[in-house]
Design a protein around this ligand. Sequence first.
Ligand SMILES: Nc1ncnc2c1ncn2[C@@H]1O[C@H](COP(=O)(O)OP(=O)(O)OP(=O)(O)O)[C@@H](O)[C@H]1O
Ligand SMILES: [Mg+2]
Length: 340
Amino acid sequence: MLPVNSIAMQAHEQQASPESVLEVHGLTKEFVIGRWGRKRIVRAVSDFSLTLRRREVVALVGESGSGKTTVARVIGRLYAPTAGTIRINGEAVPAKMNRRELLAFRRKVQMIFQDPYASLNPLHSVGYTISRPLRIHNLAQGDDLKARVREILERCELKPADLFINKLPHELSGGQRQRVGIARALAVGPELILADEPTSMLDVSIRLDIMNLMLDLKDEEGISYLFITHDLAGAHYMADRIAIMYASYLVELGPSDDVINEPLHPYTELLKSAAPKPESGLKPEEISTNYDIPDLTNLPPGCPFAPRCPLAEPKCKVVVPPLLEVKPGHYTRCILHHNI
Ligand SMILES: Nc1ncnc2c1ncn2[C@@H]1O[C@H](COP(=O)(O)OP(=O)(O)OP(=O)(O)O)[C@@H](O)[C@H]1O
Ligand SMILES: [Mg+2]
């Protein structure tokens, strides 16, 4: 157990620098569900703070329903936040944006989705899909537009481009479709890509190719990624840092090697022990499996993981712990490590 550092830093104090592409502070997203007299509030994201540097990859890992997609959709402004602030390159993203502001935002922040088939219009050719953002953002016209589309396709290993340019999504393999999804995001020259499980629907043999393409683009184009995944091994391969979510909360954040080799939060231990090749940590039988996915409309008081945690003490069930830095750059939302 680690004593809390007297200068322990809360996650929202992660230092922003001129290199920070994204700064998220205290992000919360609630959905109202049900109707008439039976309205309930789902808090999908609670008090989420994260800073992402240029060319940095942060993997967001957690079980189904923990809030990962909602984080990406709020940062990508597909949903408005309920509370909290988002800054891109130090500039606050306004709560409401007009078309001009939204276009400027989309040039900097793009998304890649889990299901490349669903996210591509089945009636649009590959060439049209890639040329559309270039036209909307007025980045190229005429012959220049055609040349740019070819260049982007070949950059995403869809080559020779002429072989793909007139194809429809159903004429492509899953891996090729995801390359089109990446090419579409790349077209506007974004600084940040929010990638929501971009490899989870692909054959294992193709996943590595897609991850390697994304890593090459990161280095060559100066892109940062928020890379959402269920897979700790994939997160370790892709990311500089790993962020673990549980029941709407960020519960651990740190350098990838540290989170994988010396996890601090018992939930990260659980994820590790559930992974195909556990190296250490809690044994699966030590984790209570007699527990449903937490109900985000009615979380218990205290640490949301306490009902499932083999190490929980009565004090864990009183207040939600803050996300504190207990080793350099390594944060956890667990009072057993905070020692308070
Ligand atoms: N539009 C919505 N309306 C109501 N509830 C929603 C909405 N979107 C997400 N939720 C709820 O918010 C919670 C978090 O969902 P989210 O999709 O962000 O989780 P996730 O971690 O991405 O899960 P998965 O790994 O299955 O993709 C869930 O309880 C979900 O039901
Ligand atoms: Mg999701």
